[in-house]
Design a protein around this ligand. Structure first.
Ligand SMILES: Nc1nc2c(ncn2[C@@H]2O[C@H](COP(=O)(O)OP(=O)(O)OP(=O)(O)O)[C@@H](O)[C@H]2O)c(=O)[nH]1
Ligand SMILES: [Mg+2]
Length: 290
């Protein structure tokens, strides 16, 4: 059995960084993982590990942009359409990997997740190849600084989940950047003020969107205009509590371990197999990695 983890989320959420940590962590646990780069615009310097499979070997965004006269986003869509027409290429590339985690580093354009059929089609193809797939959706912790931005992140996660029907894990990345300040609590600033506030973001509390009556925000025009919309969003999230986040702090190995154990669990990793012999790091799969 092979396993694929799609690492998705908005631009700059920390997807590529998480993919590297994922590979490192698997290696230190004597398991094997291979990076699959699905971002045709990726900068080669961005990879700590050389991708085992790379969409840029199939099609280059630069070529598409210069030869077809596309901009970067139209070019990306073209590259994905091209990939889906060339599934035999991916199948052949994936053929050499057995019993391994395949970690798919995806591009950061969220429209790919929310309203294009690319990822669902990719997942159907992976499942046809006998590869079990789950997805992670990363949002960076800085989104918690602004509750409107945060809830737009929650809604994009929800929309991507509904679009892609696979086991799904939402991750709050860059938790090392979160500082809590209990003394700041009276300032009226949005965002995380205390440890207990973090919990209200990890299990999104729709009431965060509802301001206290008479508060400064309540009195602004902007707020009264959006009040009805906010109420509707609160209702939607209350009725469909699909989204909660696992905190990810890459400076803490336990935190990575917890996220990976959730991924293992949703994938039912290894349930159908005999326990594997530990991989010998001197030979085989890791030999060509750094
Ligand atoms: N402090 C901190 N910074 C991080 C963390 N993860 C990523 N970053 C930084 O955030 C920036 C974006 O990280 P990437 O991993 O390239 O993000 P990405 O989601 O792959 O970005 P795109 O592929 O462009 O969508 C880089 O400057 C990283 O160094 C983290 O856990 N903590
Ligand atoms: Mg990236």
């Amino acid at each position: 059995m092979r396993y694929a983890v799609l690492v998705t989320g908005p631009a700059g959420a920390g997807k590529s960084t998480f993919c590297s940590s994922f590979v490192t962590h698997l290696q230190t646990s004597k398991r094997s993982g291979h990076l699959v780069n699905l971002d045709p615009a990726a900068n080669s310097d961005a990879f700590e590990y050389e991708p085992a499979i790379d969409i840029r070997d199939l099609i280059s965004l630069d070529d598409v942009m210069s030869e077809m006269d596309y901009g970067p986003n139209g070019g990306l869509v073209y590259c994905f359409e091209y990939l889906l027409q060339n599934m035999d290429w991916l199948e052949e590339e994936l053929g050499g990997y057995d019993d391994d985690y395949l970690i798919f580093d995806c591009p950061g354009q969220i429209e790919l997740y929310t309203h294009h059929p690319f990822l669902p089609t990719l997942v159907r193809n992976l499942s046809r190849m006998g590869i079990r797939t789950c997805a992670t959706y990363l949002i960076e912790s800085q989104f918690m600084e602004d509750k409107y931005k945060f809830f737009s992140g929650v809604l994009s996660a929800m929309s991507a989940m509904v679009n892609l029907e696979v086991p799904w894990i939402n991750v709050m990345s860059k938790m090392d950047l979160v500082t809590t300040n209990t003394e700041d609590s009276g300032s009226g600033r949005n965002g995380v003020r205390a440890k207990k506030d973090i919990a209200r973001y990890l299990e999104p509390d729709p009431l965060l969107l509802v301001s206290a009556p008479g508060s400064r925000e309540e009195k602004t025009d902007r707020h009264s205009r959006f009040h009805a919309l906010n109420q509707a969003i609160v209702q939607l999230i209350e009725d469909h509590p699909l989204v909660s986040f696992l905190p990810l702090d890459l400076t803490n190995p336990d935190s990575i371990e917890i996220v990976l154990s959730h991924i293992d669990y949703t994938m039912q990793y290894g349930e159908d197999e005999e326990p594997k012999e530990p991989v010998d790091l001197d030979e085989g799969d890791f030999a060509d990695m750094e």
